[in-house]
Design a protein around this ligand. Structure first.
Ligand code: GDP
Ligand code: MG
Length: 445
């Protein structure tokens, strides 16, 4: 998501990171690059201008916080502006109030039907995780495309416990009323109503939506926008908003290599939240949008908060404490190293972890390198488990004959063991550095 911007931004900011002093011309240079990146990402020019002007005003007008270096201060200001642009503080995750009618609108092919399947699936799965069943009804008044209703029916079969209803009438407004009657009689908690789109905004479509809106008075009107549409999608959103009005948006196809500039501008231009983001074709490919985390990710600061959340979920307190002890001693044994490897494996695959780390979307880390790293990690785990306790605590005792024995036990070569010892030595240096300069903020709190 936003890979294009995030690659650009991390390279812009990596150039100034660590600089002790920033002159006004340094700042201008950075902002010029930010401007170029945003324009290249297809963010409307006027918004780019506002965005950069605001940053400049803030950086120049503000006193630098004592605890921050000037470069960090600039990144913080950009981060805060970005966060505001994308919707502000991360709030409680959006969920539908019950009971509710959700009317889903958008142009043809934007992903309405798919997104309904995904939202129903998410709602049902989250309820199930809490031991509850949601009474979800899915129905369509899209009679414009012949197979559109069938498509929703097929999706509904993938949503545990959801019901599909096919209206008798093929007049959209009549059908909508019929669907609502079925919804009320059946005591459903949620109705997802799929509507017809056209290739372009047109009067008849908007008029139909207006009438359905008047008849059903849905609690939620959601606009589905295709991230690949570019700036034009902002104009589409404005037209829908003027004619029918909507409360929030779902942004689809963020997995595409679109530069997502329109998405970036959407919140600021329309003053409405993007609550969900579609990230693939499968029913589970829907994510909530958290502005603050996303801003961090775009800046290549890494989604440290999510990483910490995941870490806390998966790593037992005691494991963290023993690692912390070793770090405080400024020394690790191979046993600690093995524990560290295990802990990393619990967090997920390297490729997943890398995404969350500062500079993680750095193009310098190719998928091949990451894959190689994963294979290496597995090998290291096997090698260490073939060692005796003594060898793990004091790797220095590993002479040629011991190495041969361990290699045979782990099914690797002596060269693999030497590589492990080399990596281990590097990580020792790293631990010493950590101890000297303080820890990762929060990670080992
Ligand atoms: P509708 O006409 O608005 O109902 O659009 P559909 O739900 O039928 O989706 C149109 C096409 O976009 C389908 O091929 C979907 O599989 C695809 N699609 C929808 N959402 C996403 C998404 O988030 N990612 C990807 N890659 N494809 C999507
Ligand atoms: Mg459809």
């Amino acid at each position: 998501m936003f890979d294009f911007l995030s690659n650009k931004f991390s390279s812009i900011f990596s150039k100034i990171t660590g600089k002790g002093k920033l002159t006004e011309s340094d700042i201008d240079q950075v902002l010029d690059q930010v401007k170029d990146a945003l324009i290249e990402a297809d963010v409307p020019l006027a918004l780019v201008q506002t965005f950069c002007d605001d940053i400049k005003k803030e950086v120049v007008g503000q006193k630098v916080l004592a605890s921050l270096k000037p470069s960090e201060h600039l990144i913080k200001v950009v981060h805060d502006r970005l966060k505001a642009f994308l919707g502000g503080q991360d709030s409680v995750p959006f969920t539908f109030q019950l009971p509710s009618i959700v009317m889903v609108m958008g142009l043809q092919g934007s992903g309405k039907t798919t997104s309904i399947g995904k939202m129903a699936y998410l709602t049902s799965s989250e309820a199930k995780a809490k031991g509850k069943d949601r009474r979800i009804l899915m129905a369509s008044v899209d009679f414009y495309r012949p197979a559109a209703v069938d498509q929703l029916e097929i999706l509904c079969q993938q949503v545990p416990g959801a019901t599909f209803y096919r209206a008798q009438s093929t007049d959209p407004v009549q059908a909508a009323k019929e669907i609502m009657a079925f919804y009320q009689k059946g005591l459903f908690e949620l109705l997802f109503l799929d509507t017809a789109g056209r290739l372009h905004v047109d009067e008849q479509m908007l008029d139909e939506l207006k009438q359905i809106n008047a008849a059903l008075k849905p609690k939620y009107k959601m606009l589905v926008l295709d991230a690949m549409t570019g700036q034009e999608s902002l104009a589409v959103a404005e037209q829908f908003n003027k004619a029918v009005g909507f409360d929030m948006a779902v942004l689809t196809k963020m997995d595409s290599n679109s530069r997502a500039g329109a998405a970036f501008a959407f919140r600021y231009a329309l003053k409405k939240p993007i609550v969900f983001v579609g990230s693939g074709e499968k029913i589970a490919d829907l994510e909530r949008l958290y502005p603050e985390r996303l801003a961090g990710r775009i800046l290549g600061m890494g989604d440290i908060t999510s990483l910490i959340e995941r870490a806390n979920e998966k790593i037992k307190q005691s494991e963290q404490e023993s690692l912390e002890k070793a770090i405080n001693k400024g020394q690790l044994s191979l046993q600690d190293f093995a524990d560290q490897l295990k802990m990393m494996q619990k967090l997920g695959s390297l490729s997943q972890i890398v995404k969350y780390m500062p500079g993680g979307s750095n193009p310098a880390l190719s998928p091949e390198m990451i894959q190689k790293g994963e294979v290496e990690l597995k090998k290291f785990g096997a090698i260490i488990s073939s060692m005796t306790h003594k060898e793990r605590i004091m790797p220095k005792v590993l002479d040629a004959s011991r190495k041969k024995r361990v290699a045979a036990g782990a099914g690797v070569t002596v060269a693999d063991i030497n590589l492990l010892l080399e990596r281990f030595e590097q990580s020792q240096q790293y631990v010493k550095l950590l101890k000297k300069f303080g820890r990762f903020p929060g990670v080992f709190k």
